[in-house]
Design a protein around this ligand. Structure first.
Ligand SMILES: C[S@@+](CC[C@H](N)C(=O)[O-])C[C@H]1O[C@@H](n2cnc3c(N)ncnc32)[C@H](O)[C@@H]1O
Length: 226
């Protein structure tokens, strides 16, 4: 995959061929996994000097260091979908903001966004990206989304962190206004497995497979209304 001017490969790579096919690529890296609470990538630099780049997507520029924070390209369509769903009068909480994957593309279309991120490295890029995209309605919060005392402010909540999304639901419910819409991302064999985790009496608005994750697990997003 290509992020900004960096080529990230999951398999062994023919450097010469990549340089020929993509002459603008400045760095080539091998990505051998993503792990831990902060979804830190395991990267080996094969060619070039810098792992810092600017990736452009949906009219937004994302600065990031591919050796320190992940960038999920599989969520490209999901970002566009969210951009078309949000409403101008909404207050949104992005509980796992990262470098602003979801926050930045929707910011111009809503009233206010609170973007919470626990990892300092991602948070620093998030702050930089908010400034770089001239967004004045995004409040970046550094810390654990379960520890925030913002009150019931959210018309919409994005829970883009899995597996184990369920353990963050109590925190989401504390942030949610009446009729709040939650975008609940989780891995599962099928959608039924994930629906079982949701609170009772919610209205399911949409179930979408975002991508295949492993031979028997898919990444789903379930939109539900409280
Ligand atoms: C999977 S990444 C974000 C991916 C992004 N949604 C995308 O589409 O590519 C999840 C982020 O949540 C952060 N995170 C993990 N636990 C957290 C917590 N308890 N509170 C806030 N952020 C957390 C991680 O550091 C990481 O940056």
């Amino acid at each position: 995959m290509i992020i900004g001017d960096i080529y990230l490969s999951k398999s062994n790579t023919n450097i010469k061929q990549i340089k020929k096919q993509f002459p603008y690529i400045k760095t080539i890296c091998k990505l051998s996994g993503i792990s831990g609470e902060f979804r830190k990538p395991k990267i080996k630099r094969l060619f070039g000097d810098s792992t810092i780049t600017t990736h452009r997507e949906h009219g937004i520029s994302y600065n990031l260091d591919v050796s320190k924070v992940m960038f999920s390209q599989g969520n490209h369509f999901e970002k566009r979908r969210l951009m078309n769903l949000v409403k101008p009068n909404e207050t949104v909480v992005d509980m796992f903001a990262g470098i602003g994957y979801f926050t930045l593309p929707i910011a111009k279309k809503v009233k206010q966004i609170y973007a919470i991120e626990k990892n300092t490295e991602s948070y620093n890029f998030l702050e930089q990206n908010i400034r770089q995209n001239y967004l004045s309605n995004v409040t970046a919060i550094k810390g654990d989304c379960r520890q925030q005392k913002l009150g019931k402010i959210a018309d919409r909540i994005i829970m883009g962190y899995f597996p184990g999304t369920k353990k963050f639901l109590p925190a989401a419910l504390k942030l949610a206004k009446e009729n709040c819409i939650i975008h609940y991302h989780e891995l599962g064999k099928n959608e039924k497995e994930i629906i079982k985790q949701l609170p009772k009496n919610v209205e399911i608005l949409k179930i979408r497979k975002v991508k295949s994750y492993s031979p028997n697990k898919n990444h789903y997003v379930i939109d539900f209304k409280l």
